[in-house]
Write a protein of this length. Structure first.
Lengths: 720, 422
């Protein structure tokens, strides 16, 4: 028997088990309970609530508080009801606790203020029920009883009943994160976003949260044990409503863990019980979660069906909050289907209800999703507007996490618009908030975006921008480890390599080596089988790097480059990516020409042209035709070259591509000299020179000038 | 007697009233027999002299004969070969039209092997390629009765699967060596290179340089000048002589017409060139118009002659008067347009050329091309070339541009006192 010596200074005898920690906010309930217990008119206080809602912890906390306060100097006794074998047990335990023989228990209770706590009254075996009831009813005046029970029934009419309900979201998240051990980042990291989702899915139910937290920690064995125990108990007690509720919350734990088949099973069980009971509220909640699972498994039609059912029920029971949530979820399905109009409609409906309810948090989430739709549609102004609204609400709520996400999304918009400075600003803000939250994964995402924005940035010092990009990519890589996030790791490796490849500062040769290294890293994850598109792009990038490589044996580097281009081409062809195919063909073709492999180049360009002929991009088509012309020119097929130059010229004139026009005219001019048509040659070359002049390309204009002079020379020496 | 019989007799009668046994005109010289070719071959004196001079020498030569479609390259080569066959000693001559998808060495190999009928290895090569040799190669397998040696009892033929030669150039060289043991000179003519894309021809030549440097004489045909130029001006040094066959002058064309008509007459009925009856059923004036219209291109002369006579026969004309000629010319244009093998796309292109009078890569507009559902001149080039093969278009000799215009065969009736087209 411990003695607590606080408050008044007088020791209070008790056999209380230690407080359960961590304990979260139940101040309201505690206040109510203590005030009732200290009220002379109230003999019994009963804490009532569904399984696992925290009655025991609450009772314990109340008891410890009272003890610390020095109340109930006669003694505070903790009696788990299920341990009672007989009525005599009760008095026996009390006697032992107080240090008096059984016969004197009653007089002690009469003379001193004691508190008897009976935890889990509903777990009493049936035979002892009436006995205990009588005991409580005849409890002598100064002493009080505090009982916890799942049922209201069977409690004395004299008792003051305090309903113990679920937590609010904030409290729930607090409990969950505390239990889940957020300090332990390495192994069991769950980011804030996921925590919030889990907590919501679990309906803020403390036991469920505890279980989930245990699961999160990997303590599956323990979680299962608790689960089975509770289910058994509920089954024995014939406590269907609670069973259904527990099945539901445990299903949502499985769901949050990604074990969809387990979750489905449990939901179905919960659903059938709820149906039997005619419990519409429970049914609609379970339908909602079931629908989510169908959605995650890709069965959109199934999901929608269930949402509609759930919606109808919610209408019936007048659950406006539930309705708004379901409408929001349904909208998401339509987004996935690509039916953006319908999705927007549903979001609007959800938004209206949330306004009605004053659900600020829900509003900000819906606004965010709506903004996303406008981004997809390209209506960036509208999207920004909605993000601003959402941001304001998040400020209001103090929703730091939401704010950081919204800032990130807004930054994306500015990137799309080309306003990189603004984007950078917003990214930095978002980053700061995420750091505040300790959202390491979120930080990595933003670092990545930030780096990408720097890499694109035109204003400011280019060299410095690239340095920034490199820095931020490396930061991102500290979180994106290969084991934990292979895809993001690979993407960032590729991007980092790109940055090194463009890098201005530092030793060029070394930069290229770095680029090559990082591309190869990326390719370890981006295999052709798993990530064909990315594989092709990265192979192409690597090929370019080898082409520019300074170190190593030149011939070998070129061979590597050619090999990589070919690999990229194979992949592009396999996945039917025509654009990439023709772009890469162009690069490889140019390389072939440099190497003097003209016919290989020609073959490749012609394949590429065949693809362009089916598309609409006239500039790309003209570029390829120009290359073909150039190759024929080099081979010496002058007539063919001429026809192709002219074809390219025609297209460039149509698209008003000045650079292309100048290139073609220069080529044609040279050709005409070779063919002996000097007047034609001079005309083309002068036109090319003019165009280069207009474009401000002084160097090229000068090159053309040289050729012109040569042409004039030849012309002068020709016999009249 | 059936209707068909009656018609046949009618036509035969008409022809014989003209003094002709048949209509002598053909599309290509390769459908003529050797003796017929000798009868109709006209002109090209200068060119023949140049080529045959070379053949007086010992050292092997490579000759390129180039010019327009239908200008008479095949006829020229065949004529040279037949002269060599008749007059030159110890000379093996062979001719082949280049099959598509075939390289020069393989073509040369086939041509040579076909001529070496008695050479087993040569015939074996042909068999391997799935080509029927003149004499079947026979693999003798002995089937003996017990104990008795079995030479020459039953000869079994075994079929061998078709394979293309892996090293045709080497196979050719082997074969050539064997041939040169028996002959002092081997001449190989490879025709119809101009039916292939000029760039491809270039590539073929480039890849088969060894072939052209071997010990055989080669005669190759090539494209019109604009396209051949690129081959000639390169410093590959592949040809010793490049002969351009140009359009014949009117007088020579007239003589060619007489030769053709004579070749269809019984020997005792043949006429001299200055005899007006030589061109019967044509009249000298209509014959001249015909020759003018054919613009010195033998193929066109053949086409015109053939269709005009056909028309004349159908209307039972005794003579080809001006009126009959005009009907004939209309008929030519009509028939040519209606040739089978022409697709809708071909007609679109043809009509565009007819509309614009000429179509060239320098002057064509994007709008013109889009009418043809194209955006590049290169896309319609194959069609233009096809139309050239069908005698509907001709390619102008300019090197400044690829220019095409309709052939005179499409002109139809002559305009009254029209200006000479330049």
């Amino acid at each position: 028997m411990k003695t607590n010596n606080k408050g008044n200074g007088s020791p209070v005898l008790n056999n209380l088990p230690p407080k359960l920690s961590p304990f979260v906010n139940r101040e309201e309930e505690i206040r109510q309970a203590i005030s009732a217990l200290l009220d002379s008119k109230v003999p019994i206080v009963a804490l009532v609530g569904i399984a696992g809602i925290g009655k025991t912890s609450l009772a314990l906390e109340i008891a410890h508080r009272l003890s610390d306060m020095g109340e109930f100097a006669g003694g505070i006794m903790w009696l788990p009801a299920r341990d009672l074998q007989s009525l005599d047990d009760l008095t026996d335990i009390i006697g032992t606790a107080l240090g008096v023989p059984i016969a004197e228990v009653h007089s002690r209770l009469n003379s001193q203020r004691c508190l008897v706590i009976l935890d889990g009254l509903d777990e009493l075996s049936h035979q002892h029920e009436s006995g205990v009831e009588r005991f409580l009813e005849t409890l002598p005046a100064p002493s009080k009883a505090l009982v916890t029970s799942r049922k209201r029934f069977g409690i004395s009419s004299q008792a003051t009943v305090i309903q113990v309900a679920s937590f609010d979201e904030r409290t729930a998240i607090e409990l969950f994160t505390a239990l889940g051990g957020q300090q332990d980042r390495e192994v069991s990291y769950i980011d804030h976003q996921t925590s919030a989702e889990i907590v919501r899915a679990l309906g803020y139910h403390p036991l469920a949260l505890t279980l989930a937290a245990r699961l999160v920690r990997g303590n599956y064995a323990e979680a299962r044990k608790i689960f089975e125990q509770t289910l058994d108990v509920l089954g024995d007690l014939g406590n269907d409503r609670e069973r259904a509720a527990l099945l539901h919350t445990l299903a949502s734990v499985s769901q949050a863990q990604g074990d969809y088949s387990q979750a489905l099973q449990l939901y179905q069980r919960s659903l059938s019980i709820a149906e039997q009971l005619g419990d519409l509220q429970a049914k609609s909640a379970t339908l909602n979660n079931l629908a989510q699972i169908y959605f995650m498994q890709g069965d959109l039609d199934g999901a929608l069906r269930l949402y509609y059912e759930s919606l109808a029920l919610k209408e019936q029971i007048g659950d406006v909050y539930g309705k708004s949530a379901t409408l929001h979820n349904m909208a998401q399905i339509f987004v996935t289907r690509g039916d953006l109009d319908r999705a927007l409609q549903l979001y609007q409906e959800s938004l209206a209800l949330k306004e009605q309810l004053g659900d600020v948090y829900g509003k900000s989430a819906t606004l965010n999703n709506m903004a996303q739709i406008f981004v997809t549609r390209g209506d960036l102004d509208h999207a920004l507007q909605l993000y601003q609204e959402s941001l304001a609400l998040e400020e209001q709520l103090g929703d730091v996490y939401g704010k950081s996400a919204t800032l990130n999304n807004m930054a994306q918009i500015f990137v799309t618009r080309g306003d990189l400075d603004r984007a950078l600003q917003l990214y930095q803000e978002s980053l700061a908030l995420k750091e505040q939250l300790g959202d390491v994964y979120g930080m990595a995402t933003t670092q990545n975006n930030l780096a990408a924005a720097y890499a694109q940035r035109i204003r400011g010092d280019r060299a410095e921008n690239i340095e920034q990009a490199i820095f931020h990519y490396q930061q991102a890589l500290e979180v994106y480890t290969r084991q934990a996030y292979p895809e993001q790791w690979a993407t960032t490796q590729n991007n980092l390599a790109n940055a090194y490849s463009d890098r201005i500062r530092g030793d060029r040769a070394e930069n290229i080596e770095q680029a090559i290294f990082h591309y190869q890293q990326a390719l370890e994850v981006y295999t052709r089988e798993a990530f064909s598109e990315q594989s092709a792009v990265t192979q192409n990038n690597l090929a370019n790097a080898y082409r520019n490589r300074i170190r190593g044996d030149r011939a070998e580097n070129i061979e590597q480059a050619i090999f990589r281009y070919q690999q990229a081409l194979i992949t592009a062809r396999e996945i039917g990516d025509k654009n990439s195919y023709s772009n890469i063909s162009l690069e490889l073709g140019k390389l072939y020409i440099e190497q003097g492999r003209w016919y290989d180049a020609l073959h490749l360009f012609e394949e590429s042209l065949a693809i362009h002929r089916q598309g609409d991009d006239l500039d790309a088509r003209a570029d390829t035709i120009y290359q073909i012309a150039r190759t024929h020119h080099l081979i010496g097929n002058l007539a063919k070259a001429r026809t192709h130059y002219r074809d390219a010229l025609r297209l460039y004139e149509h698209t008003r591509n000045q650079s292309g026009l100048a290139l073609c005219k220069t080529g044609l001019g040279r050709l005409m000299i070779q063919m002996g048509f000097l007047d034609d040659a001079i005309r083309e070359l002068e036109s090319a020179k003019r165009t280069y002049g207009q474009m401000g390309e002084e160097r090229r204009a000068a090159e053309v000038e040289e050729v012109l002079q040569m042409a004039n020379h030849v012309k002068e020496r020709q016999p009249v | 007697m059936s209707e068909a019989d009656r018609i046949f007799d009618e036509l035969t009668n008409t022809l014989s009233s003209w003094g002709l046994e048949e209509i002598p005109f053909t599309e290509s010289a390769s459908s003529l027999g050797i003796s017929q070719l000798r009868e109709v071959f006209t002109g090209r004196t200068q060119e023949l002299r140049e080529v045959l001079t070379l053949f007086q020498g010992r050292e092997r030569k490579r000759i390129l004969v180039y010019g327009w479609v239908g200008i008479g390259k095949t006829a020229f080569i065949l004529e040279v070969l037949s002269v060599l066959q008749r007059k030159a000693k110890d000379t093996l001559v062979t001719y082949i039209s280049l099959p598509s998808e075939t390289d020069l060495a393989t073509a040369a190999l086939i041509a040579l092997a076909r001529k070496m009928e008695d050479d087993e290895w040569a015939q074996h090569q042909l068999n391997l390629m799935g080509l029927r040799p003149k004499k079947r190669p026979v693999q003798k397998t002995g089937k003996g009765k017990a104990g008795i040696s079995s030479i020459g009892i039953e000869a079994e033929e075994t079929t061998v699967p078709v394979t293309t030669p892996r090293f045709p150039a080497l196979s050719f060289e082997d074969l050539l060596e064997r041939a040169l043991k028996k002959y002092s000179r081997v001449v190989i003519a490879i025709d119809d290179l101009d039916k292939q894309d000029p760039a491809r021809v270039r590539e073929l030549l480039r890849n088969n340089q060894g072939l052209l440097k071997s010990g055989a004489w080669f005669m190759l045909t090539g494209h019109p000048s604009g396209l051949t130029r690129d081959i000639l001006t390169s410093d590959l040094g592949l040809f010793d002589l490049a002969i351009e066959l140009k359009q014949l002058d009117e007088a020579t064309t007239y003589r060619m017409l007489v030769n053709y008509l004579n070749s269809a007459r019984p020997k005792n009925d043949r006429r001299d060139f200055d005899d007006p009856a030589a061109v019967r059923p044509f009249m000298p004036e209509t014959a001249r118009v015909l020759c003018e219209r054919s613009d010195g291109v033998p193929r066109w002369l053949n086409r015109l002659g053939s269709y005009v006579l056909l028309k004349a026969a159908t209307i039972h004309a005794d003579l080809v008067t001006d009126d009959v000629l005009q009907q004939g010319l209309e008929y030519v244009a009509h028939q040519l347009r209606g040739q089978s093998g022409l697709t809708a796309e071909d007609y679109y292109v043809l009509d565009l050329v007819l509309e614009k009078r000429t179509l060239s890569d320098a002057t064509v507009t994007l709008t013109d091309l889009e009418r043809l559902k194209a955006k590049e001149f290169s896309e319609i080039l194959p069609i233009l070339e096809k139309l050239v093969q069908y005698d509907l278009l001709r390619r102008l000799p300019s090197e400044r541009a690829s220019e095409y215009e309709p052939t005179p065969l499409l002109m139809g009736k002559t305009e009254q006192k029209e200006d000479k087209a330049d």
